[in-house]
Ligand binder design. Sequence first.
Ligand SMILES: Cc1cc2nc3c(=O)[nH]c(=O)nc-3n(C[C@H](O)[C@H](O)[C@H](O)COP(=O)(O)OP(=O)(O)OC[C@H]3O[C@@H](n4cnc5c(N)ncnc54)[C@H](O)[C@@H]3O)c2cc1C
Length: 372
Amino acid sequence: MTSYDFAVIGGGLVGSAIAYGLARAGHQVCVLDEGDVAYRASRGNFGLVWVQGKGQEIPLYSEWSMSSASLWAGLTDELYDLTGIRTQHQAPGGVHLCYSADELSSRQSALESLSRATQGRFDFDMLDHDQLRQLIPEIGESVVGASWSRLDGHANPLYLLRALHAGIQHHGGTYKSCGPVRRIRPEAGSFIVDCERQQVHAARVVLAAGLGNRDLAPQVGLSAPLAPNRGEILVTERMKPLLNLPTTYLRQTGEGSILMGDSHEDVGFDDGTETHVLSHIAQRAVRALPALANTRVVRAWGALRVMTPDGYPLYEASETYPGAFVACCHSGVTLAAAHVKRLAPWIAGDTPPAEISPFTAERFHVQTATPV
Ligand SMILES: Cc1cc2nc3c(=O)[nH]c(=O)nc-3n(C[C@H](O)[C@H](O)[C@H](O)COP(=O)(O)OP(=O)(O)OC[C@H]3O[C@@H](n4cnc5c(N)ncnc54)[C@H](O)[C@@H]3O)c2cc1C
């Protein structure tokens, strides 16, 4: 049986970013990935590297997202130098479009409170229609304004995933498409991981299996109360440049396609599409950019977000089985740079980043009421 410093279970964006971070620091890493039949948010997402609006309830999440956004350009250059793969990362700022005066005003209040909670480190501007038109000349009349943040951007998540996989290999790591991991057996301070087709031994194990973490976590004294949340995305044919910065619902890829999305559906493990949802997404997109009205949609899909009960990430080290960790989040593109450069070093033994302290599963446990 082959032995590694780390077995990372899950080869999506979270597992691959952590594995790459560990491998670049010189650790022997093996990524064990279920493969094509698994639910894989990393292959069906929208590609935003997004900060604005995040962390309303837990401002440290805003700090964590800002940290990652600030590390993204360095990660993209590093991956390009190493692998020749460009992630298409750009950080021109981003806008959240508002379709009514009420929406604009409640957006402003929410972002003001987030800015106060971060002592002004999260900053933003509100734009009226005319100011927005300066940024997006094709913007539709029914968009009354937008919030704008210089911290936002986007990337191609598939190229990111490919670059991380190539980077892991470059640093001597191994990727095994081995079917689902069924069992993790703690043994003499290390772990034996049973996949469908083989076993590996590792000194430490990182559970980064997205929704699969739910079943794996209890085997190493952890808990991952995750649920799927579906998002549907439509993709147009390639177009001339229409959008030179990303928005929450729309972005233009490096190749020229427009991606439209951002549905949030509680439909269990159904990763299909529904016409009424796609229709709503398309109509909202045409209101934002009337030029889309005569454009052909060439693809549409649904994919499942990896959601904790409050939507914030889960990063935890097992107390019962030291050396076992769990990591999952619903912003694996945005947080990829922090996962490589700050989370992986913690998993390898450094002090934890201060921003992740609230993100253990303890926050989901029902507190025993104190008798009066
Ligand atoms: C529609 C949609 C839009 C999104 N938009 C954005 C966005 O704009 N920006 C952003 O930052 N994030 C976005 N996200 C979220 C982002 O995609 C996820 O946070 C990220 O992909 C999660 O990565 P992951 O590796 O945890 O999970 P996954 O991508 O689901 O990967 C989990 C991996 O684990 C493997 N696995 C599962 N079970 C097992 C097992 N038992 N044994 C071995 N392997 C196993 C699977 O094969 C899979 O490869 C979006 C998600 C969706 C669905």
